[in-house]
Design a protein around this ligand. Structure first.
Ligand code: ATP
Ligand code: MG
Length: 422
């Protein structure tokens, strides 16, 4: 297949000062060894959109093994598409070898999904195997030109997300590209082409065939990159939300609010964890199961209910254990924050998930006045010195409960507090 000649654009807004020096160094080393090399993909796109790139990727005609021998601090990763990871300074760069889009050695499974693709090619070939036109721009650090094989510059100007090639084929090859479309639309404020959105129902079903670990990676990029609220808004207006999080109500107010909080925290350089979002996204399911559960059977109940909720979700997205444990702990603390047993308050306050559980309670407070007031109480408590805290604790109304006897656990608890407390 012969490709049309590319456009070479030197009149653009990218400034040499915006480039990462180490990335430029990697490109120069490759070129110095006689290879072709460019900055490519997200970094060129983001710079053209006047955004700060998350990372700088390099494309070259050197094979992964050749890259490996050129850079001492490098290693090869990936089986489906082997690429080199090169360390320079404190950063890590992905250096990928030009690949072909369509060729005879491409291995697809019975659904058209690519399983292996290692045929190397030219820069032009490489442009056409990329997903969106805006992701297929190459920047030459020496000539300062952008090389555009696919009309990506024009699409950036028009704020369009458009696949290279036929959308149905590109989505059949890799349905995750639909999630990528949502992510870039959210991040850049671009519009996804109608012929892509027309395929959203079909693609949502195809996501079932994607390994859960890959979907977890994509989940992180969607919701923990600083524009999760916009991404959730787009996602939840399609069946994609249901295929990723089947038990979550796409219109959930607390999910929306949690996404917004997360974005704000990222903007302020505060720490965020996927565990918290998992807790929020799966809360409705956990809460419904808790209400249905037999209140007589308390031992380990919360733990088991959480396990059920998480197990259903794990069939779709592989959540690493530390994050599912985080969600479970946040849920387990909810009744303890609500009951406020005076003798337990200090232990709750010093629990390693207290802060997250408190934030979670406040989110729930958006839909429940009584919980909002409890959130206020805990908020105040945290601002006080120890003595004043004790005064607040002493002023708590008695919960009217006897100490739990070892043999027989006490009977009915107030609503919402039916779970074992620790
Ligand atoms: P960011 O790093 O900001 O999330 P990015 O565009 O750099 O965005 P990466 O996942 O880092 O995204 O991928 C780098 C480049 O590789 C993309 O710009 C695109 O050209 C290509 N690419 C990535 N994933 C795919 C895919 N599933 N199908 C085709 N091309 C892809
Ligand atoms: Mg990238």
């Amino acid at each position: 297949m012969s490709n049309p000649p590319p456009q070479r654009i030197d009149d653009h807004i990218i400034n040499r000062d915006d480039l990462d020096n180490h990335a430029v160094e990697v490109v120069r080393t490759l070129k110095g060894a006689g290879f072709e090399a460019y900055l490519v993909g997200g970094c060129v796109r983001d710079l053209l959109c006047q955004m700060k790139p998350k990372d700088f990727d390099v494309a070259t005609n050197a094979t992964p093994t050749e890259v490996r021998t050129l850079f001492r601090r490098s290693r090869l990763i990936g089986r489906r598409f082997p690429i080199a990871h090169v360390r320079s300074g404190r950063e890590l760069f992905e250096v990928s070898t030009f690949r072909q889009a369509q060729h005879d050695d491409i291995e697809t499974n019975e659904h058209g999904l690519i399983v292996k693709d290692t045929a190397y090619g030219t820069a032009a070939d490489d442009a056409f195997r990329r997903d969106f036109t805006i992701n297929a721009l190459y920047y030459d650090v020496e000539s300062h030109e952008i090389i555009d094989y696919v009309g990506g510059i024009e699409d950036i100007v028009n704020k369009r997300l458009r696949f290279i090639g036929d959308p149905a084929d590109r989505l059949a090859e890799d349905p995750v590209r639909m999630l990528r479309a949502i992510r870039f639309a959210a991040k850049l404020g671009f519009r996804i082409d109608d012929d892509i959105m027309a395929l959203v129902d079909d693609t949502a079903e195809r996501l079932d065939a994607i390994p859960g670990a890959r979907l977890f990676d994509e989940f992180l990029k969607l919701f923990l990159s600083g524009y999760g609220e916009a991404a959730w808004q787009l996602l939840s207006s399609t069946p994609l939300a249901h295929s990723l999080f089947p038990s979550c109500d796409p219109d959930s107010e607390i999910v929306q609010a949690a996404m917004r909080n997360t974005d704000q925290r990222i903007a302020q350089d505060q720490p965020v964890t996927p565990g918290f979002l998992i807790a929020v996204l799966l809360w409705a399911d956990f809460d419904a199961r808790s209400r249905e559960a037999n209140p007589e059977n308390k031992a380990g109940l919360v733990y088991d209910i959480a396990t059920d909720t998480l197990a259903v979700q794990q069939q779709h997205i592989a959540i690493p254990r530390r994050f599912s444990t985080f969600a479970r702990e946040v849920w387990q603390l909810q009744p303890r924050l609500i009951v406020r047993q005076p003798r337990n308050i200090r232990r709750v306050l010093s629990h390693k998930r207290f802060r997250a559980a408190f934030d979670f309670l406040c989110l729930r407070g958006l839909q429940d006045e009584a919980l909002a007031e409890l959130g206020q109480w805990w908020e105040t408590l945290q601002t006080l010195e120890r003595d004043d805290q004790q005064a607040m604790i002493d002023a708590l109304p008695s919960t009217g409960k006897r100490r739990r006897s070892r043999r027989k656990r006490s009977g009915n608890r107030p609503s919402g507090t039916t779970q074992q407390e620790s």
